[in-house]
Design a protein around this ligand. Structure first.
Ligand SMILES: *Cc1c(COP(=O)(O)O)cnc(C)c1O
Length: 360
């Protein structure tokens, strides 16, 4: 392996090195066929097999039931913000949203274009430092779905468990899908942009219950209907071939590692090291309330913005890159998705202790 920096970027994010290596070879000459991976027709039997393997990997790892479709779409996770209400709320139906950060706020704005939207909970006034307990909100029985962002990438909060209300869930899992077990049957739709936890930018994974495909009204454009993509196995038009290939290889890597139970344990260990470093010092202050802490994005502050800037610069010089927090809350953020190596977290924790000793 060449010298690699530790990439704490929130996304696009670090990928498993074996996947990068394999992709680099396949791009030039796919399985010795004399043609590069990204030159293959999406209708070729080679690419059909690639897409099929990616889907099977996803189904196996998440135990996706047979009455759900797995779709590979474009337009980013952000396009799901409108596609979901456009398809499910035709005729101005109602839905409930939990406002736990920038990504839910954006989804709420789009949903209001299509239906009657109730925001049952918001932590905006506490700068989104927590997610709600189930006792803190209720869902109108007329709601078609309850929408939540399972992991709030910017603020470093995560639902520790999923709501158990009498309503179908719809979840944006862009930054924590495949990091822990999920009972897919509780959800009507799960979606995720690939670039955080499952691949490069360019494909959005959508897992949708089959009975929801028919909900869209006539006026929904063909490309924006889930049914269109479900009917054609995500090949209604040219799909994002290379990102789909990468997702398939990441699924393979994850299976070899021991699947979701194994990665969940690793994720708990990695995040545990960082939260312990924060909790054992007066120098670092975590952004999230303890019960809402994310295992994927650890957001924290130092005593002053000047020290934060110095911390980020010195860390980068040591090969600990991408620690700058999102501009909305400043500070630092360590994004430690599935593929982020534990050694990188250990190095960061050591650096944090050194830096606090010098400046605390
Ligand atoms: C990054 C992110 C998005 C936006 O993804 P795009 O693919 O850039 O549209 C949406 N939701 C969450 C939770 C994210 O982390």
């Amino acid at each position: 392996m060449p010298d690699r920096i530790y990439n704490f970027s929130p996304g696009p994010a670090t990928l498993p090195y074996p996947v990068l290596e394999e992709a680099a070879l396949d791009i030039v000459n796919y399985h010795d066929k004399g043609i590069g991976l990204i030159e293959l027709s999406h209708r070729s039997k080679e690419f059909m097999a690639i897409a099929d393997q990616a889907e099977q990997g996803i189904r196996e790892l998440l135990a996706v039931p047979d009455n759900y479709k797995v779709l590979f779409l474009q337009g980013g996770a952000s396009s799901q913000f409108f596609m979901i209400p456009m398809n499910l709320l035709t005729g101005g139906k109602k839905a409930t949203y939990l406002n736990t950060g920038t990504w839910s706020k954006k989804a709420i704005k789009e949903a209001k274009l299509f239906g009657e939207i109730e925001v049952a909970y918001s932590s905006e006034e506490q700068s989104f430092n927590r997610v709600p307990l189930e006792s803190e909100y209720s869902v109108d029985s007329a709601s078609e779905y309850l929408y939540l962002v399972s992991n709030n990438t910017i603020y470093g909060t995560q639902f520790p468990t999923f709501p158990d209300k009498e309503v179908m869930l719809v979840a944006d899992m862009s930054s924590d899908i495949f990091s822990r077990p999920v009972d897919v049957e509780k959800f009507g739709i799960i979606f995720a942009g690939a670039q955080k936890n499952i691949g490069p930018a360019g494909v959005t994974l959508v897992i949708i219950r089959e009975d929801l495909l028919a909900a869209a009204g006539e006026q929904v454009p063909t490309m924006l209907k889930y049914q269109t993509h479900a009917d054609k196995g995500s090949m209604f038009n040219t799909p994002p071939c290379f990102p789909i290939y990468c997702v398939g290889r990441v699924m393979h890597w994850l299976k070899e590692l021991g699947g979701i139970p194994a990665i969940e344990k690793i994720n708990q260990d990695k995040a545990g090291l960082l939260y312990q470093a924060i909790d054992s010092s007066d120098f670092y202050r975590g952004h999230a309330e303890e019960a809402s802490r994310s295992l994927m994005n650890v957001a924290f502050n130092l005593p002053t913005p000047e020290l934060e800037a110095q911390f980020i610069a010195e860390a980068a010089a040591l090969g600990l890159d991408g620690l700058k927090g999102h501009r909305s809350i400043g500070g630092c953020r360590a994004s430690i998705y599935n593929a982020f190596p534990k050694q990188g977290v250990e190095q960061l924790v050591d650096f944090m202790a050194d830096f606090a000793r010098k400046h605390g």
